[in-house]
Design a protein. Sequence first.
Length: 94
Amino acid sequence: MIKHTKGPWNICGEHGSQHLLIVADEGIGIASIRCWVPYDEEKANAKLIAAAPTMYEGLQAIFELANDNKSNPHELLAKISQLAEAGIKEAEGK
């Protein structure tokens, strides 16, 4: 398992500032994003980075589920779908 700052991670910055910060709940700086792309694209990039802990945890859980020979295949697929959806929704800022 890798060591990283625990999530959730959040986005800080003002609209149109061309500079967004990704911070952990404790106020720990994770990343500074400085872009010269449209603000909507910059914000989407920041959301994707901020969702990294959730997506990583989901992938770990999917790996563990996939190697669990005791699970019912239908329940397994439902759990995998839920984990994937959570990561996608966070990356999309929903």
